[in-house]
Design a protein around this ligand. Structure first.
Ligand code: PRP
Length: 190
């Protein structure tokens, strides 16, 4: 190629405002990890993460929990490509290993209406684990319809549609290293 390099469009170009920057996420993840390690040391918990949004949070969090543990994954869908929760939860991929008698810690990126987590917590409880607790990086309490107890909570955020650090809009923006609000024209473009 010749001439001046043309910069490829970046997902960060579509962000109007950063709500939680990468340093704040790092500090909070370290704090949550230390609490979880103190509570679960010697208890061999299984971290059950919800694909796909919780992936970066899980990857960073587990490295801040230096105890014996294992991982498993569930994938559910409640949003499709819309920005609104439908309230209808579908399991796309279930656990790979039994959790009977295990201490389960659910790792989630965001609790919005609460429909997804209520469904998942009930689904896990039916399998007779020793305990089920929840760590969520983001909590949007203004949107809650179903009450959910969050045992380890990262940040409370206002009622704005956020993307980044795992969170998507139409499957994009998950790779941003911060949590931000999209420019309104991005929705209008769709
Ligand atoms: C998002 C998010 C939570 C859920 C929260 O998942 O990751 O699981 O919505 O919303 P609620 O509290 O209103 O139920 P999504 O269905 O978009 O899937 P994803 O993790 O693949 O992004």
């Amino acid at each position: 190629m010749t001439g001046a390099a043309v910069r490829a469009p970046s997902p960060a170009d579509d962000i109007a405002e950063v709500l939680v920057d990468a340093d704040a996420i790092r500090a909070k993840v370290a704090e949550l990890g230390a609490r979880i390690a103190a509570d679960y040391g010697g208890k061999d918990p299984v971290l059950v993460s919800l694909l796909k949004g919780a992936l970066p949070f899980l990857a960073d969090l587990m490295r801040q929990v230096p105890i014996r543990l294992s991982l498993d994954f569930i994938e559910v869908s409640s949003y499709g490509s819309s920005t609104e929760s439908s309230g209808v939860v579908r399991i796309l991929k279930d656990l790979a290993q039994p959790i009977e008698g295990r201490r389960v810690l659910v790792v989630e990126d965001i609790i919005d209406t609460g429909f997804t987590l209520r469904y998942v917590m009930d689904h896990l409880q039916q399998q007779k684990p020793e305990s089920v607790r929840l760590v969520a990086l983001l909590d949007k309490p203004a949107r809650r319809i179903v009450p959910i107890g969050i045992d380890y909570k990262g940040f409370e955020i206002p009622d704005r549609f956020v993307v980044g650090y795992g969170l998507d809009y139409a499957e994009r923006y998950r790779n941003l290293p911060f949590i931000g609000v999209l420019k309104p024209e991005v929705y209008n473009r769709a």
